[in-house]
Design a protein around this ligand. Structure first.
Ligand SMILES: Cc1cc2nc3c(=O)[nH]c(=O)nc-3n(C[C@H](O)[C@H](O)[C@H](O)COP(=O)(O)OP(=O)(O)OC[C@H]3O[C@@H](n4cnc5c(N)ncnc54)[C@H](O)[C@@H]3O)c2cc1C
Length: 377
């Protein structure tokens, strides 16, 4: 037997065991694909391990992102409740405007949404501080918080997983070879980390953040999002408070200071008694330039420009050359847990059933924009 025959072969290698990689592995495994998940650190060791993780819609005026998140939110609520009820806490959500300027946005959402709303219970209103009562609010009947790490781990049940840092995979005879494994296709779910295939037209922003979990004698039946997000008391008895946003890692306070800051902000909105900090988390979110996720085939920019130079003049039909069988799901920002099950279904339908992806989410939107800019220089 020659060396190549001893290599274990897969249909698909997923790089990154965050919520995007795990949700995709879950979908593909269910549909009979032979899948391996690889992560350089461990399951949910990136942004996903730090997440709240709240499953909520985007409270804003109309727009592509709001529409996508709302569709994903409806899908994901059912998905988590049906498949992972042990790690899912359902609770209504009272969303309160953060600033006076947001009052109008919240009111617009309240008047136009088709999502189920309810009146905030008096027991909750009695706990709110005057600062929270001064702003517009909307109370969503169905919302959830999921246990981030536990859900990622549960999604990988029955799926091969290896701790591998993917650096420079080789494409040989129709297979990508990775540290003693080979796969026909690669899906990159690598979040805000160093890109495996560095392509200049894709630029991902890193947004750092912290959150904490507390024990409190004030039992919460509902979640409240105001200055910060405060979850209903979860099945493990904790309340999750999050999250902060920093564009520069240097600005992150210590974990202890970060937790104290979050608790102070939470207490501006609601009374929480006998607080004990149980856990603190720090992580990175990965954002795209237009705030929409990036889902689809990776373009080889150098080859594409050689074979389709009209892209430099703004031709959006210029020839594209793809890196063979390499795809990505990334740029999900602060909504990774809301979007992941929905995007995983989309990617599964594309890879397994040949269904087209939503073109407004594909990496090629950035390629054409980048090429046009390059051509105008
Ligand atoms: C503090 C905080 C709170 C948040 N709260 C919420 C919330 O309430 N609700 C919500 O929906 N979202 C929330 N988010 C956002 C959410 O966590 C992210 O959107 C989500 O985790 C992104 O998942 P991912 O799988 O794309 O990336 P990640 O979870 O970052 O996973 C990427 C993985 O890829 C691995 N990797 C990278 N490069 C390589 C390589 N070359 N080889 C092998 N492995 C590699 C990394 O080790 C990592 O495990 C929060 C984020 C933070 C930081």
């Amino acid at each position: 037997m020659d060396e190549s025959e001893s290599i274990k072969a897969y249909d698909i290698a997923i790089i990154g065991a965050g919520i995007n990689g795990c949700a995709l592995a879950y979908e593909l495994h269910k549909s009979g694909q032979k899948v391996i998940v690889m992560d350089k650190e461990g399951i949910a060791s990136g942004g996903s391990g730090a997440a709240g993780a709240f499953i909520n819609p985007k409270i804003s005026k109309a727009g592509e992102l709001k529409k996508l998140i709302e569709e994903a939110y409806r899908y994901s609520l059912d998905f988590y409740n049906e498949n992972f009820p042990k790690f899912t806490t359902q609770a209504p959500l009272l969303h309160i405007s953060k600033y006076e300027n947001d009052n109008e946005k919240v009111q617009y959402f309240k008047d136009s949404t088709s999502l189920a709303l309810q009146e905030p219970p008096t027991s909750l209103l009695n706990k709110l501080k005057p600062h929270a009562l001064a702003y517009s609010s909307v109370c969503l009947k169905n919302n959830a918080i999921v246990e981030a790490k536990e859900i990622c781990e549960a999604m990988l049940t029955g799926v091969d997983y290896k701790k591998i840092h993917l650096k420079k995979p080789k494409f040989i005879n129709g297979f990508w070879e990775i540290d003693g494994y080979k796969a026909k296709k690669i899906v990159l779910c690598t979040g805000a980390y160093e890109e495996v295939f560095k392509e200049d037209y894709i630029s991902l922003r890193r947004i750092y953040g912290q959150r904490c979990e507390i024990e409190s004698s004030s039992f919460m039946h509902e979640s409240v999002h105001h200055e910060v997000s405060i979850s209903a008391t979860k099945k493990n008895g904790c309340i999750a408070i999050g999250a902060s946003h920093y564009l520069d890692e240097k600005d992150l306070p210590s974990k202890k200071q970060g937790a104290q800051d979050l608790i102070l902000l939470a207490q501006k909105s609601i009374e929480l008694k006998d607080i004990k900090i149980i856990n603190t988390f720090t992580g990175m979110r990965s954002g795209s330039n237009d705030y929409l996720p990036i889902v689809g085939s990776l373009i080889d920019m150098q080859k594409s420009l050689e074979l389709g130079p009209s892209a430099l003049k703004g031709d959006k039909t210029a020839f594209l050359s793809f890196i063979p069988n390499v795809y990505m799901i990334n740029g999900v920002g602060g909504y990774g847990f809301v979007l992941a099950p929905f995007l995983a279904k989309m990617m599964k339908e594309f890879l397994v059933e040949g269904k087209a992806l939503a073109s407004y989410l594909e990496p090629k939107r950035f390629y054409y924009r980048y090429a046009k800019k390059k051509g105008s220089l």
